[in-house]
Design a binder for this molecule. Sequence first.
Ligand code: EPU
Length: 347
Amino acid sequence: MKINQFISLKKYNSFQINAQGRYFVELNKRDDFKTLLHEHGDKYIFPLGEGSNILLVEDEIEALVALVNTKGIQIVHETERYVHVKIEAGEIWDEVVQWAVDREYGGIENLTLIPGKIGAAPIQNIGAYGVELKDSLIACEFIDKSTGLFEEVDNTYCQFAYRDSIFKNELKNKVIVTAITLQLSKEGHHKYNTSYGAISNHLKEHFSNEINLSTIREAVKQIRMSKLPDPKVVGNSGSFFKNPIVDRQQFELIQKQFPDIVHYPVAENKIKLAAGWMIEKLNGKQLTVGGAGVHPKQALVLINKNNATGTDLLQLSQQIQSTVFEHFGVQLETEVNIIDQKYTCQL
Ligand code: EPU
């Protein structure tokens, strides 16, 4: 296991921040996780997938950055109605979506084009267009940093919620996800999800309302590409903030002042607000700090416009948080993981 030193992390994070990794190692096979913990478990270990949901704030990361590259997609169980597919943490999420759609396995087609690797997917329960990972995940395997042992847990254990899981709470920094198992439907047993407004309209307009795994995937791709910047072209990490969930009482007060606020009921007394709408309403799209700005087509997405530093982006996000709080009384939580010195010391 070769540990490199002083590696630029620019190509390993989708904001394209030019921070340096003090120590850097690649994990290419399952045994590497064990070796890593056995040989270097005394160091702060920072597992990295595609780096598409992090903001590197410091110029240098003191931790041992462990790039997860383990590959493998394997059908481990099959019935007439579904397959169980075990996927290693280093596989690229969207390549797995393509693998599934090509074989007519359903359940994750709405999640196409979400950047990142498999290992990161359960951490924040990735979701888009009416579907979340938790709808198809049946098992998650991880290695416990303190024991060096692999464990496999079920969906309930993961405590999935909107952009949340046990891995962001009780197990934060305590385990490294090594694989997941998904249950995907077979032909004739799919439950298509086209309830998200833009998808059904798009299917009608561009695909003569033909509904199958490929047309749904294609529709989601086209919708996403029309709104979200390609991280290879413009550095970004998708939605920077979560959509806040507030009590009905608080929502009604806000709605009195902003009658057209975009919102969705999520439970009897809970309303989710569209943070992108709120930011746009406050002219947030015009804000910049240094090289950091807001995507003109989606205010929830912060972008590296021009050689932004991690601090530029962090300051811009804080400015947005305080403006939103001032006007709506709502605290926006970041969806992106802020990797600063405090974070590294908790690893
Ligand atoms: N809106 C605006 N202005 C904006 C942005 C949005 O008015 O600048 C309005 C839209 O018109 C729409 C509403 O806000 O009425 C919601 O917008 P959109 O459908 O674009 O979705 P979102 O709530 O902003 C969430 C996810 C995205 C996911 C989309 C589609 C979060 C934090 N973000 O965004 O996920 O792709 O829904 O399901 O939940 C990500 O997590 O990185 C991500 C991109």
